[in-house]
Design a protein around this ligand. Structure first.
Ligand code: ADP
Length: 477
């Protein structure tokens, strides 16, 4: 291009020479054209070089003309226009350089934003950003250091070998300028941009570097925000997935519950219908009639318990909670009576109850405490199908100041660890071949939990499959 511009200078010179006459003064202004062309195409260097040549060539024609024609107004215009090609070449060249530099910077910014917008760990993309910043700023070395949230900051350099983290800047014979800029997008510093150039850093370079640092800080903030959003979306997806799975499980459990509930209700009902029909239609001897009546009584009690559990459950589910009448209780007496009843009905199990000496007084709902105990005791029996020892204890909870604990421990089938968090949920029954035929609605423990919570207490379990379980009800003393 420079050669083309110089050729144009020569063309204009020969054109002017051929034209001759008075009008050549006007034609001298044409020397500005090649200077402009070179400045636009090759910046300050091109513009200055071609402008200088054009001015020199123009002077070769101007001075002889002044000699001939004297210092007229036209000659004065010729002298002034001598400097025009050089001035235009330099000025327009500078402007062209600036706009080109700005274009490069804008391209680099776009690239930086693009590379930071890609997902994945930030440090992996930082080296690319350092390379782009180095190119955009015409620096020899660039290093980016970012706070990573932890103790160790993330960093990247261009070229890669620039200042290995512990080594510090390399000693060099060429004097170099270094600029350290804070990366701050308005919400506190996120890191630093450090650049070095062998030689000088002009004030224009410095201001371009500050501008780029501000944009890099913004892009980093945006990238972090996008990363957080991606994280949040992933979390949300996982949570929704888990909630959907849980809803499906509950739905399935509810369906199973309906089947079990119908079966549970039908069993005592069938017994009631059968024995009452026998008593009504046959002449039964008194002792047999008494036995039938005792069966009817037991089954009616069972039916009553099932209906009671269902009613309590629906109260708890609807958020109304059980109605409590708190009174000072003889906790030891309640435990004793229950142990006696269960022991008499289940001779294969050995009950271990150490008595009333250490049992503290308790202010609670009598019926609720009785039902919690009955549920835990009947579970301990149901889920130790081969018989075994059932240990009942009561006292102040050693690890919960101010709480009274009642615990029921068995050496039955136990519960798998993964099922433990669910057993207090309604309708949940843990599948176990040994206890597959055990009756139940899957509501007992949920009621125990509801009643304990209503008192301001809680229920806990420890269990090992094949070894047994220990349930502990904690109530405020
Ligand atoms: P249900 O006994 O009517 O099935 P629960 O709510 O009382 O319902 O108990 C829920 C589930 O927890 C039971 O189905 C059983 O799998 C398990 N479970 C409760 N108590 C025990 C225990 N003492 N030993 C082993 N498993 C138990």
């Amino acid at each position: 291009m420079i050669l083309g511009a110089l050729a144009l200078v020569a063309l204009i010179a020969s054109g002017i020479r051929m034209a001759g006459g008075e009008d050549v003064w006007v034609l001298q202004h044409l020397y500005a054209l090649p200077a402009l062309w070179a400045a636009l195409g090759r910046g300050t260097t091109g513009g200055a070089l071609v402008g200088l040549v054009a001015s020199l060539v123009q002077s070769l024609g101007t001075f002889p003309l002044i000699e001939r024609a004297g210092l007229s107004w036209v000659a004065l215009d010729g002298i002034i226009s001598l400097a025009t090609p050089l001035t235009l070449g330099v000025t327009v060249g500078k402007l062209a350089d600036q706009s080109r530099g700005r274009g490069i910077q804008l391209d680099a910014l776009l690239e930086i934003q693009r590379s930071l917008a890609v997902g994945g760990p930030l440090d992996a993309r930082l080296a690319q950003v350092a390379g782009l910043a180095r190119r955009a700023l015409g620096a020899d070395r660039v290093r980016l250091v970012l706070e990573a949230g932890g103790d160790i900051p993330v960093s990247a350099s261009a070229p890669e070998s620039f200042w290995p983290a512990e080594a510090g800047p390399p000693a060099s014979s060429i004097p170099c300028r270094r600029l350290e800029l804070r990366l701050d997008a308005g919400q506190g510093p996120v890191g630093a941009l450090i650049l070095e150039r062998d030689g000088d850093l002009s004030s224009g370079d410095r201001s371009r570097a500050s501008e780029l640092a501000a944009h890099v800080a913004l892009a980093i903030e945006n990238a972090r925000l996008a990363e957080r959003q991606r994280h949040f979306a992933r979390d949300l997806e996982e949570k929704i997935g888990a909630a959907t799975r849980r809803l499906r499980e509950l739905d399935q459990a509810k369906n199973e519950f309906l089947t079990i509930a119908s079966h549970e209700l039908r069993t005592p009902l069938t017994a009631l219908q059968g024995f009452s029909e026998l008593l009504l239609t046959r002449a039964v001897p008194p002792e047999r009639a008494r036995r039938y009546l005792s069966h009817i009584h037991t089954e009616a009690q069972r039916l009553g318990r099932i209906v009671g559990d269902l009613l309590d459950h629906s109260r708890i589910e609807s958020g109304r909670g059980p109605q409590l009448h708190r009174v000072p209780l003889d906790l030891a007496g309640i435990i004793e009576a229950n142990v006696e009843i269960f022991a008499s009905q289940h001779p294969r199990h050995r009950f271990d109850w150490s008595g009333s000496a250490r049992v503290p007084a308790l202010c609670a709902d009598r019926d609720a405490v009785d039902r919690m105990l009955k549920n835990l005791l009947s579970n301990a029996i149901k889920y130790s199908p081969r018989g075994g020892r059932i240990r009942v204890e009561a006292g102040f909870a050693p690890d919960r100041p101010g709480m009274v604990e009642v615990s029921v421990e068995d050496d039955g089938v136990g519960i798998a660890a993964e099922a433990l968090p669910r057993i207090f949920d309604p309708y949940v029954r843990v599948a176990n071949p040994e206890t597959a035929t055990a009756p139940g609605l899957g509501l007992g423990l949920s009621l125990v939990r509801g009643l304990a919570h209503a008192h301001g207490g809680s229920v806990e379990v420890e269990s090992l499959p094949g070894k047994g379980s220990r349930f502990r009800v904690l109530l405020p003393g």
